[in-house]
Ligand binder design. Structure first.
Ligand code: ADP
Ligand code: MG
Length: 655
C-alpha cells in the first residue's frame, strides 16, 4: 500500500521528470503561426467565401460571381470586376499582415473597408491549394500566383478580364484535424448560402451570383432596392410584411425594414444587422429589438429585421473580433435607445392588424392558382363567418337578455365585476397621443355614472358617438364593421390586451389598487415554490401581492391586486409561481413583471365561450382604439383579423 506521504513524493518526482522533458521556448515558424491564425479566421468554406467576397467589395467590384463545389470543400472560386492587384504585389497580397487598407495605427479607428487585418489571404493560402489571378483595368494583361499549403510559386503573366479571380481548392488538405470538423456538403452549403445572403443584403447595389456544382443557386442583379433582394432570398410574403424604418440621431442613421409581428421566427437568425454595410452581431442591439417587440410576439418567437446603421467610422471599433463579426460602439447606449425608440414609434403609428391575405389579392401573379388550398381555406373561413352572421340574426338562435345573463359562468361574472372601468379612465391611463385616438374617444366622460350596472363594459353615452356595429359569434368572436371592411376580433385576446396595457400603466405609475385581506390567508406550496416566491417578494409587492413566509413551505398572503379580487389567494399564488419558475432563477425584473402582468390580464379577461350582451360587445369593440397595441394579445396572438372591402369584393367576384 502506498502511504499519503509516498504519493506526494512520487508526484513531485514525476513533475520534475516532466519538467526535464519540457522543451525550451521557441519562436514558432511562420507556417505554424499562419496555421494558428487560419484557425481563427477560417473555420469552414463559408469563411473563405466571406473573406474573398469582402476583398472583392473592397476592390470596388460591381459584380461578384461565386462558384463552389461540394459545399465549398473542393472549391470556392470568387471572380470580381474590381480594381485588381498589380503583378508585383501578388506575393504581398498573400503575405501575413500585408494590406493596402491601413497605413497608420490610427487608421484602425476609422476603418471604411470590410478588411483591414491583412491576414485572410495568407491564412487561406496556408491551408489550401490557392490561386490568385488578377488584372488591373489599365493593364493589357494580368498575373497569376499559386500557393500550395503556404508554399508560393512564381508570379506568372496571364490573360483574362480586368478584375480578380481567387480559387481555393481542397480546403484543410494539409490540416486533417480541421478537415474532420467539416460537416456534410449540405450543411456546409447552408453556411455558404448564409454567408452570401449577409453580404448580398448589405450591398444590394452589387450583382451577385452563386453556383453550386454547376447549378445556379442565386442570380441577384444589382438594384438599390433592398426589399427586392429580401424578396429574392426570403420570398414575397415576407417582403410584403415589412415596415420601412428610418431615423437619425446626430450623425447616426438607422435605416431598413422590420417585419410586422405576424412574421416571426423561432430563432434570431433572421435578425440582419449591418453597420456601415458590414454584417454584425450585437447582443445589445438584439436585446433592443426584443424590447421593441415586447408584448407583440409569442414567447420564444423572434422578430425579423434588415437594418443598417450608418455612423462615422471613428465612433466604433471593428477590430475586436477576428472575423469582425462583433464590434464595440463608443456610445452603445445611444444606439440602443435609437433602435428601440425608432421601432416603438413605428409600431405605435402603424396599424398592425393581422391582415388575411386573400389569394386573389396577390393580383396579377394569380396566387390562387399557385395555392388553391390557401384560397379554399380562406373561402370557407369567409363562408363560416357569413353563416355565423346569418345565424345570429335569426330569431331562433337569438338569445334573450335574461338567458344571456344566466349563461354567464360565475368565474366570468366575477371578472366582469372587478370594476375595471375601461371607458372611464383610458385617457389618463394611456400614453397614446391624443391625435392618434379616434375623435369620439376624446369626448367621452371621464367617469361612468355611478348607478350603472357593475360590468366591465360600460357603454359610453352614444349621443356624440356613432355606435359601432358589432355582434358576437360562437361566443368567442366579435364581428365588427369598420371603414375599411370587416374585423373579426378574438374577444379574449382583445380584452386581455386592453387589461394588460391598463395594468402595466398602473404598475408603472404606482397606481395599482391592491386589496388587503381582513384575515391573511395561508397557502401551502412545495418548499421550492415557496422559496421562489419569497425571493421575488419585492417585485410581487409592486404588483400588489403582499406575502410573508410562515416558515417551511407555507406562505401568508395579506393583500393582492383589486383587479383579481374574485380569485382566491391560493389561485393567485399558484398562478404567480408558474411564470416565476418558467423564468428561471434570475429573470430580469422587468421581464418578470411583464410575465406576471400577462398572467393577470389573462386571468382577468373574459374567456372564449363567455356570452356577452350587445352592450358589452359594443363597449369592448370601442376599447380597441384606446390601447397602445390592441392588434396582438400579450402573448403575441393577433386579436383581430381584417377582411378589407376589396378582399370581400374580390372573393365574391364583384371586382
Ligand atoms: P485585407 O483585406 O485585410 O487587407 P487580405 O489578406 O484579405 O487582407 O488581402 C490582402 C490584400 O490583397 C488586400 O489589402 C488587397 O490589397 C489585396 N486584395 C485581395 N483581394 C483582392 C481583390 N479581390 N481585388 C483587389 N485586391 C485584392
Ligand atoms: Mg480581406
Amino acid at each position: 500500500m502506498v502511504s499519503g506521504g509516498d504519493r506526494v513524493a512520487s508526484d513531485a518526482a514525476n513533475f520534475l521528470i516532466s519538467c526535464d522533458l519540457m522543451p525550451s521556448i521557441r519562436l514558432l515558424p511562420p507556417s505554424v503561426v499562419n496555421k494558428i491564425a487560419a484557425g481563427e479566421v477560417i473555420e469552414r468554406p463559408a469563411s473563405v467565401l466571406k473573406e474573398l467576397v469582402e476583398n472583392a467589395l473592397d476592390a470596388g467590384a460591381r459584380r461578384v460571381d461565386v462558384t463552389v463545389e461540394q459545399g465549398g470543400v473542393d472549391l470556392v472560386r470568387v471572380v470580381d470586376d474590381g480594381g485588381g492587384i498589380a503583378p508585383d504585389e501578388l506575393p504581398l497580397a498573400v503575405a501575413t499582415h500585408a494590406t493596402s487598407k491601413l497605413e497608420t495605427a490610427d487608421d484602425l479607428f476609422r476603418v471604411r473597408t470590410l478588411g483591414f487585418r491583412g491576414e485572410a489571404l495568407a491564412s487561406i493560402a496556408e491551408v489550401s491549394r490557392f490561386s490568385l489571378r488578377s488584372r488591373q483595368p489599365d493593364r493589357p494583361a494580368g498575373a497569376l500566383l499559386e500557393v500550395v499549403g503556404g508554399q508560393a510559386g512564381p508570379v506568372e503573366p496571364c490573360g483574362g478580364p480586368p478584375g480578380t479571380c481567387v480559387e481555393v481548392r481542397n480546403l484543410f488538405f494539409n490540416t486533417p484535424v480541421r478537415r474532420k470538423f467539416l460537416r456534410s456538403t449540405q450543411t456546409e452549403m447552408g453556411h455558404i448560402s448564409e454567408s452570401l445572403t449577409r453580404l448580398a443584403l448589405a450591398r444590394s447595389d452589387v450583382h451577385f451570383t452563386l453556383r453550386h456544382n454547376e447549378r445556379l443557386i442565386y442570380d441577384l442583379p444589382a438594384s438599390n432596392d433592398l426589399l427586392a433582394r429580401v424578396a429574392l432570398f426570403f420570398g414575397r410574403e415576407l417582403a410584403d410584411d415589412l415596415l420601412a424604418v428610418e431615423s437619425c440621431d446626430g450623425p447616426n442613421r438607422l435605416v431598413g425594414w422590420v417585419a410586422r409581428p405576424s412574421q416571426s421566427r423561432a430563432h434570431p437568425r433572421m435578425q440582419y444587422l449591418f453597420l456601415n454595410g458590414r454584417h454584425i452581431r450585437d447582443r445589445a442591439l438584439q436585446h433592443a429589438l426584443g424590447e421593441a417587440y415586447r408584448g407583440l410576439l409569442l414567447t420564444g418567437r423572434y422578430p425579423i429585421c434588415f437594418l443598417n446603421l450608418e455612423m462615422p467610422p471613428d465612433e466604433v471599433d471593428v477590430n475586436v473580433h477576428p472575423t469582425k463579426l462583433e464590434v464595440r460602439f463608443q456610445d452603445g447606449g445611444r444606439i440602443y435607445s435609437q433602435l428601440l425608440g425608432t421601432l416603438r414609434t413605428k409600431f405605435l403609428s402603424t396599424d398592425l392588424t393581422h391582415r388575411l391575405d386573400p389569394a386573389g389579392a396577390a393580383g396579377s401573379d394569380g396566387a390562387s392558382e399557385h395555392d388553391p388550398e390557401h384560397a379554399a381555406k380562406l373561402r370557407s373561413e369567409l363562408v363560416d363567418w357569413a353563416k355565423g352572421q346569418l345565424a345570429a340574426r335569426t330569431p331562433a338562435s337569438a338569445v334573450s337578455e335574461p338567458e344571456a345573463a344566466t349563461a354567464v359562468a360565475p368565474a366570468r361574472q366575477a371578472v366582469l365585476d372587478l370594476g375595471v372601468r375601461l371607458p372611464g379612465r383610458p385617457l389618463e391611463l394611456n400614453p397614446v397621443p391624443r391625435e392618434w385616438l379616434p375623435p369620439a374617444a376624446e369626448s367621452r366622460p371621464e367617469v361612468a355614472p355611478s348607478n350603472s350596472p357593475p360590468s366591465a363594459f360600460r357603454v359610453p353615452p352614444s349621443a356624440s358617438v356613432a355606435p359601432v356595429r358589432a355582434l358576437q359569434i360562437h361566443d368567442r368572436y366579435l364581428v365588427a364593421e369598420s371603414d375599411e371592411g370587416v374585423l373579426v376580433i378574438d374577444q379574449h385576446a382583445l380584452h386581455e390586451r386592453i387589461l394588460y396595457e391598463q395594468f402595466r400603466e398602473r404598475v408603472l405609475s404606482g397606481a395599482l389598487e391592491s386589496q388587503n385581506l381582513l384575515i391573511p390567508e395561508a397557502v401551502d406550496l412545495s418548499a421550492a415554490d415557496a422559496s421562489l416566491l419569497m425571493e421575488h417578494r419585492e417585485t410581487l409587492a409592486k404588483l400588489g401581492v403582499q406575502i410573508e413566509s410562515l416558515g417551511g413551505s407555507t406562505i401568508l398572503v395579506s393583500s393582492y391586486p383589486a383587479m383579481l379580487a374574485k380569485l382566491s389567494p391560493v389561485e393567485i399564488v399558484r398562478a404567480v409561481v408558474e411564470p416565476l419558475a418558467a423564468a428561471g432563477r434570475t429573470p430580469e425584473r422587468r421581464d418578470m413583471i411583464d410575465e406576471l402582468l400577462h398572467m393577470m390580464s389573462c386571468k382577468a379577461a373574459i374567456k372564449a365561450g363567455d356570452r356577452l350582451t350587445d352592450e358589452e360587445v359594443t363597449a369592448l369593440v370601442e376599447q380597441r382604439h384606446l390601447a397602445q397595441d390592441t392588434h396582438h394579445c400579450p402573448h403575441g396572438r393577433p386579436t383581430a383579423l381584417v377582411f378589407t372591402r376589396d378582399d370581400l369584393d374580390r372573393q365574391f367576384k364583384r371586382i
